[in-house]
Structure formats: structure tokens, C-alpha cells
Design a protein around this ligand. Structure first.
Ligand code: ADP
Length: 400
């Protein structure tokens, strides 16, 4: 047991660090902030302490160490320094935990080496997470630091959902399988949805639709993930802000052979120039709705393609689960875009799914039901809170 009650959550990207300091007695935020454009000339730090003014600084920060030192200085200025005895642990978001990490894990040299061995399957994400961990450990070598993996919640997927139907030896040699991502959010939202229904998570079957710029769906049976839409990488599944989601893999051969594109160009096309942005030039659902209201056909088609895919996944996961207690919408689009929610369940009355127009129009930061009172299956909006989930998982690990 520790008497310290604070947890610092770090989400380290290749050129950014997002952070939140939480008080675990009530889950409140003591400070939140981010550093952007690390290693790109002038970096920008935005820091907001609870109940205080937002502060913004621009300075060159060559790497994550300089960035984290700057964050530590901001926290110290608010009396929340990293050297405080009240700091119980640092929780790190780590994108890929492979098959080895099925739960949050206290970081040791051995754990870090294992996360490094996963770089070939997560080349875009794990290197930045590793740099963040190394830097934080150098700053506070004595403090417990915990890795919370995006993939962990999905490690309960049965083998028949996790394996691609390709040659087994080739798949195993290169660790090719469906890992899934956004797991921290799917775990949090499925649990909060059960709570909203007044059920224990072990009794609730929930389809979670995490619709942010990245988007994924999951089928959660009694608190355990049984299927999810992202795969080896976050490219598979739903139509996203800039990613295509599901596509015939032969499209990539075609782009190579016929369009003469390199592997990197195809990668960039499917990850950065596809999805909503590829279809209509915008990836912000607000802008797309505005254009639709003005009669823009491309925006309309992009919206329809997005919703069609979503509906297919709702149907697929309904079939996977057999019995569904709730469909939960979360993240930027899921929490805010009422027209997406309405369109996604439209025509699914036979499945017991419907949205009440008035409830759907309510804007709120609270978990809420948007289905009619007599609906067989609940439709819910449940704001995600990945930082709180990371902090709670971190704290419960070091506080045992
Ligand atoms: P990520 O964490 O993946 O970057 P978020 O969960 O923050 O993404 O979601 C960002 C997206 O949410 C935006 O690209 C935009 O499409 C959508 N969004 C945010 N606010 C609204 C809103 N008020 N109405 C419709 N869509 C919104």
C-alpha cells in the first residue's frame, strides 16, 4: 500500500506528449496538458492546472527528455512536482503489447526489452512509447511505472476471431494476427455501459463503437472482448477519419502493379489519405454535416459509406454475441454526432434497436441512454476516459 494518491498518465507520440495528473481519491484532474512538435524546431507546451489559468509556452525541445523536463517544471510551478511524495506512480499508454501483455504491467528492464521486441509489429507507435518510458524512468528511477497496453483488453478474443485465414506458418513466423487497439477505451466504456444499465459487467453483452478520428468496434460478452474490428494494425475495420478500414487486400497489389506505387506510398494512401478525408476532403464530422446541409453530394456519400460500414459491424457483432444488452457510442464522433448515431441504427428495429430522436439530440458529457424506454436493446452514449482508465489500472497495480 502507498499513502501517495496521485498518478501521472503519459501518452507519448512520435512528436508529442499528452499528460494528465490525477488524484486517485476521486479521479479528479490536478493538471492536464500536452507538448507538441517535439524535435521540430519550436515546440509548444500547453498546461492547465485544476482551477487555474491555461499556460502556453513555445521553446525548442529537441527530444522527449526536454519535453518531459518542461512538463515537470510546469507541474512543479503548481506545487505538483514529479519529486512530490504524493506521486504514487506513472502510467504509460503503450500501443502494442502483443500476446505477452494481457494486463497492465509494472515496467522493468525486461518488460521494456519485450516492448522493444514488439516494434516490428507496431513500428509507428511503440518506439515513441518506449522513448517516453525511458525518459520518465530516468527522471524518477525510484518510482513505480506501469505500462497499460491498447491491445490488452482484446487478448481474450478466441483464436477463431484473432487469426487471419492465411498460411499458419507464415502468420506465426511474423506474428501476424488480429490484435485490436483502443482496448483501454473499449474496457472502460463497456464497463460504464453495464453500470448505466444497472448490471454487473460480467452479466452484460455490449457492442462498443469507439468513433474518434481512429475508429473501432468491439463485441464484449460479460466484460470480455470476443471480437474487435482493428487487426494487426489500426487500419482494419470501420471507415475512419483518414484510414480506409476494411478493403480487399488485392487493392494493394493493384496499386503496386498497375498504379506503380511503392509500399510506403500505399501505406500512406490507406492510413493518411483515405477514409472520410479521402472520400470528401474533410475528416471532421462537423464539417461533413455542414456540407451535407448545403447539399454537398461528396460529403453525403462519404457519410453514407461511413454509416454503412458501421451498420455492418453492428449486425456482425450482434450475430457474434447472440444476445445484446446495449450498443454504446463513444469518442469524438460517437459522443457528439447525433446524426451518425441515428443513421447507424436506422432500420434495425427487428434487432430491437432504435433511437429516440429527442434523447439523441441532448448534448451532455454524462453517460446516457438514447433508446426509447421500451426498447429491447439499449442504445447509449458513454463518454470514454482513457486517461482515467490508465490511472486506475496503474494505481490498483501499485497500491496492492
Ligand atoms: P482521436 O482521439 O482519435 O484523435 P477524438 O475521439 O477526439 O479523436 O475525435 C475527433 C473527431 O470527433 C473529430 O475529427 C470530429 O470528426 C469528431 N467530433 C468532435 N466534436 C464533434 C461534434 N461536436 N460533432 C460532430 N463530430 C465531432
Amino acid at each position: 500500500m502507498t499513502s501517495a494518491t496521485r498518478v501521472l498518465v503519459l501518452n507519448s507520440g512520435s512528436s508529442s506528449v499528452k499528460y494528465q495528473l490525477l488524484d486517485m481519491r476521486d479521479g479528479s484532474r490536478l493538471a492536464v496538458g500536452l507538448v507538441e512538435r517535439i524535435g521540430e524546431g519550436t515546440s509548444r507546451l500547453v498546461h492547465t492546472p485544476a482551477g487555474g489559468e491555461r499556460r502556453e509556452r513555445s521553446a525548442p525541445m529537441a527530444g522527449h527528455e526536454a519535453a518531459l523536463r518542461a512538463v515537470a517544471a510546469e507541474l512543479a510551478a503548481d506545487g505538483l512536482g514529479l519529486d512530490s511524495p504524493d506521486l504514487a506512480a506513472i502510467g504509460h499508454r503503450v500501443v502494442h503489447g502483443g500476446l505477452r501483455f494481457t494486463a497492465p504491467t509494472v515496467i522493468t528492464d525486461e518488460v521494456l526489452a519485450e516492448v522493444e521486441r514488439l516494434v516490428p509489429v507496431a513500428p509507428l507507435h511503440n518506439p515513441a512509447n518506449i522513448v517516453g518510458i525511458r525518459t520518465a524512468r530516468a527522471l524518477r528511477p525510484d518510482l513505480p511505472q506501469v505500462a497499460v497496453f491498447d491491445t490488452a483488453f482484446h487478448t481474450t478474443m478466441p483464436e477463431y476471431a484473432a487469426r487471419y485465414a492465411i498460411d499458419t506458418e507464415t502468420a506465426d513466423a511474423h506474428r501476424i494476427r488480429r490484435y485490436g487497439f483502443h482496448g483501454t477505451s473499449h474496457a472502460y466504456v463497456s464497463r460504464e455501459t453495464a453500470r448505466l444499465l444497472g448490471k454487473d459487467p460480467s452479466e452484460a453483452n455490449v457492442i462498443v463503437l469507439h468513433l474518434g478520428n481512429g475508429a473501432s468496434a468491439s463485441a464484449v460478452a460479460g466484460g470480455r472482448c470476443v471480437d474487435t474490428s482493428m487487426g494487426l494494425t489500426p487500419l482494419e475495420g470501420l471507415v475512419m477519419g483518414t484510414r480506409s478500414g476494411d478493403i480487399d487486400p488485392a487493392v494493394t497489389f493493384h496499386l503496386r502493379r498497375v498504379a506503380g506505387m511503392s509500399v510506403d506510398e500505399v501505406d500512406e494512401l490507406l492510413n493518411k489519405r483515405s477514409g472520410l478525408v479521402g472520400l470528401c476532403g474533410d475528416n471532421d464530422m462537423r464539417e461533413i454535416r455542414r456540407r451535407i446541409d448545403e447539399g454537398d453530394e461528396r460529403a453525403r456519400l462519404a457519410f453514407d459509406i461511413y454509416v454503412h460500414r458501421l451498420k455492418k459491424y453492428i449486425g456482425a457483432y450482434y450475430a457474434v454475441l447472440g444476445r445484446v444488452d446495449a450498443v454504446a457510442f463513444t469518442a469524438g464522433v460517437g459522443e457528439n454526432a447525433a446524426p451518425v448515431r441515428e443513421a447507424a441504427v436506422e432500420g434495425l428495429e427487428q434487432l430491437g434497436l432504435a433511437v429516440d430522436a429527442e434523447l439523441n439530440a441532448v448534448r451532455s458529457g454524462e453517460p446516457r441512454l438514447i433508446s426509447p424506454a421500451d426498447a429491447r436493446v439499449a442504445v447509449a452514449v458513454v463518454p470514454t476516459d482513457e486517461e482515467l482508465e490508465i490511472a486506475q489500472q496503474t494505481y490498483s497495480l501499485v497500491n496492492n
